[in-house]
Design a protein. Structure first.
Length: 178
């Protein structure tokens, strides 16, 4: 009996993992939002956010999870942009250290600016959990659109991310850490 139960759990996990892989989103096309949010940590995320901002897909952008010593001029130089773009339209969030605190930092920023819609730009493999955290932090008053930055993650990273997603969904369902 125990072996059957474990077998069913393993099968459900494997099917869920397959769906997770198949559902990894790509870049979002033809949608404007009030704001763009980019958590640090993955290649191409900030580039994509700047590209969207310059295309007028949003009014303003938050880069969340920035190290305290990083200045706007440092990012302007690294991404070959004018300091004026950072001065006018890009905020740096320095409090977040993980996906959950990125969502909390973003929620504070969104509420402060009274935004109603947000484009979340993050790695394709990270988007499901980041969206879960952000929608939980924002509540139902703000629309969150996911914009996946294509990547080539290792298999182990995908398994770890899927497990984190499952655990966080269960925790929220049980009201733990909400």
């Amino acid at each position: 009996m125990i072996i059957r139960i474990l077998g069913v759990i393993a099968l459900l996990w494997a099917l869920g993992f397959a769906l997770f892989l198949l559902a990894m989103p790509g870049p979002l096309q033809h949608s404007n939002t009030d704001a763009i949010v980019v958590p640090t940590g993955g290649a191409g995320r900030i580039d994509r956010g700047i590209e969207l901002l310059k295309a007028h897909a949003a009014k303003r952008m938050l880069v969340t999870g920035v190290a305290p010593e990083v200045r706007p001029i440092d990012l302007a130089l690294e991404y070959h942009e004018t300091p004026a773009l950072f001065a006018c339209c890009i905020d740096l969030g320095r409090e977040a250290v993980d996906t959950r605190s990125n969502a909390e930092e973003t929620a504070d920023w969104v509420k402060r600016h009274h935004y109603r819609s947000v484009r979340l730009v993050t790695s394709d493999w990270h988007l499901a959990r980041a969206t879960l955290e952000l929608t939980h932090a924002l509540g139902s008053d703000v629309t969150v659109l996911g914009d996946g930055v294509p990547s080539s993650p290792r298999y182990g990273l995908l398994v770890a991310e899927y497990n984190k997603l499952l655990l966080r969904r269960v925790a929220l369902w049980l009201g733990i850490g909400a």
